[in-house]
Design a protein around this ligand. Sequence first.
Ligand SMILES: C[S@@+](CC[C@H](N)C(=O)[O-])C[C@H]1O[C@@H](n2cnc3c(N)ncnc32)[C@H](O)[C@@H]1O
Length: 310
Amino acid sequence: MDLRSFKLHRPDQHVRAVVVGARGEQGRDLEGPAYARVDAVAGPMWAAFERHAGSPVRAVAVDAFARHATLSLADARRPGLKLPGSEFEAFVDVVAPVARTIRGELIARAPDVPGAGPGEARFWDPMFAADTGGWELGRAAPPLVTWFSEHVPKGMHALVPGCGRGHEARLLAALEATVTAIDLAPTAIAQAQAMTPPGLPITFAVQDLFTRIGQPPAFDLVVEHTCFCAIDPARRDDYVTAVADALQPRGTLVGLFYAHGRPGGPPFTTDRAEVERRFARRFAIEQLEVAQGSTLIRHRQELFAVMRRR
Ligand SMILES: C[S@@+](CC[C@H](N)C(=O)[O-])C[C@H]1O[C@@H](n2cnc3c(N)ncnc32)[C@H](O)[C@@H]1O
């Protein structure tokens, strides 16, 4: 569930947020102790805004998707101060923790399935059915959208492992790649199929990525988004083997690796050193850096990678 926009109002101790998930947008409010938990991380943001405005600020409205903000000043005679595009980017480091906390307050916790682990469909299926998957952005990840708009995958055969509702698969197919999108969870695949307009060249299949190990290579592109972080970390070398085996020699892996730094999971965190260490065995790593343009709630928490199969 992603945070599209929010307004934080200090005098009223109130947050109004718009969240987006698989079922579209929803307005939500936070008050009382939930507001206090948000305010507890908002100090650096207010301080930065007040330095910028040169006066006390009583509210901020952030459009997280369009990436701009408006400040309401305590002096009601002064008009709101707009922070467009590049000006807003200068504040993202202090706004993102606030956005993450708001979203953390609003997210519906998935009920535990007794005894089920992330390697099983019965772990994932109920989250797709009830729309409690915290990972859901409701669209393809912005850094991947930017990359593929500049590196159009037209004519490529692409594999999307752990495709969920198929956002990245549709992105690639709309850019004229031929896509195979696989997921362990039948509910994910059913929903992905229902969301996909007829005529897009995507084959959706219920399939465990690890069953591809040792199969003949069939793809020239693998696109990773929140599959690596979803599997049991003990199987990460198997993940590398599976995606490398799926690719033709010199085939490309383009992906986002979630490096949120929190314990537990899924999503299980990673870092640059681990990605380098595990993937170097089968890939030449051409690019591995903190992603630019991540959705606000994942700002500086995603590594963007481009790798070439050896
Ligand atoms: C966190 S969700 C992300 C879904 C999608 N990539 C997105 O970002 O919207 C992880 C997905 O990986 C799938 N998955 C986990 N292990 C898998 C495996 N071994 N093979 C295929 N899919 C797997 C889950 O069923 C789930 O749909």
